[in-house]
Design a protein around this ligand. Structure first.
Ligand code: ATP
Length: 227
């Protein structure tokens, strides 16, 4: 099967002169449609850098990144902006919702930045993540887990091929964490989305199809899947 995301020999140097940090060191990764891949590893090991490179927010110093048939390392910044908006969904630590907007408008927001070929219906998507009954609520009226659900719906409204998720359970208790990652697994599997999730949370890894570990900018499949 052709992977959705293919990172080949990516190295990312950050900083300058004597202060240069090898944030990514010859990283290769393929993620297939419908696959949920977890990235674990110590603080400062390069996990955020990997998400930034996968999400076309940063171009690696060397190596290549392909999304479907598009080489992101060769694309113009205008093209990258379009790809990020239409083909990549981002989910952040605590939902990153806009304080003034109702849930349904949070989900609709990515559709207001320009034309999207085949958007999901925001209300249907809210129903799918179990939040249709709170479509009119604003973030301060929602729990942490509910905010994450809305954030996940917002990331999926453009039908992205790739979903990048940064520590989705950082602000959640154990049972909410399980629910949110189970939802991510379900959405990835049922809609064929290639998903990469960075997490420190060992308790949610059993929901993931693969677990990789980042150490000193290098990616290894060293972590045994936890059941
Ligand atoms: N803009 C920058 N300039 C210089 N060095 C940077 C920059 N951003 C990150 N780094 C360094 O690159 C390395 C990887 O950082 P990164 O944020 O990718 O790690 P991480 O695994 O996501 O960490 P955490 O779990 O704490 O979020 C670290 O050594 C960090 O200090």
């Amino acid at each position: 099967m052709t992977p959705i995301l293919t990172i080949t020999d990516a190295t990312l140097l950050l900083g300058d002169g004597d202060e240069t940090v090898r944030a990514l060191d010859d990283v290769s990764l393929e993620v297939a449609a419908g696959e949920l891949v977890a990235i674990v590893g110590p603080s400062g090991s390069g996990k955020s850098s990997l998400l930034a490179v996968a999400g076309a927010l940063t171009t690696p110093t060397s190596g290549s990144v392909r999304l479907g048939s598009t080489d992101l390392t060769a694309a113009s910044s205008r093209e990258l902006t379009r790809i990020r908006r239409e083909q990549i969904g981002f989910v952040f630590q605590s939902g990153n919702l806009v304080p003034a907007l109702k849930s349904v408008d949070q989900v609709r927001l990515p559709l207001t930045f320009g034309k999207v070929a085949d958007p999901r219906d925001p209300l249907e998507l809210l129903a799918e993540v179990g939040m249709e009954h709170k479509a009119d609520r604003r973030p301060h009226e929602l729990s942490g887990g509910e905010r994450q659900r809305v954030g996940i719906a917002r990331a999926l409204v453009t039908r992205p091929q790739l979903l990048l998720v940064d520590e989705p359970t950082a602000a959640l208790d154990r049972s909410r964490s399980q629910e949110v990652v189970a939802l991510l697994a379900d959405e990835s599997h049922s809609h064929g989305v290639a998903t990469i999730m960075v997490t420190h949370d060992q308790d949610v890894l059993h929901h993931c199809d693969r677990v990789l570990e980042m150490v000193d900018g290098r990616l290894t499949p060293a972590v045994a899947p936890t059941v």
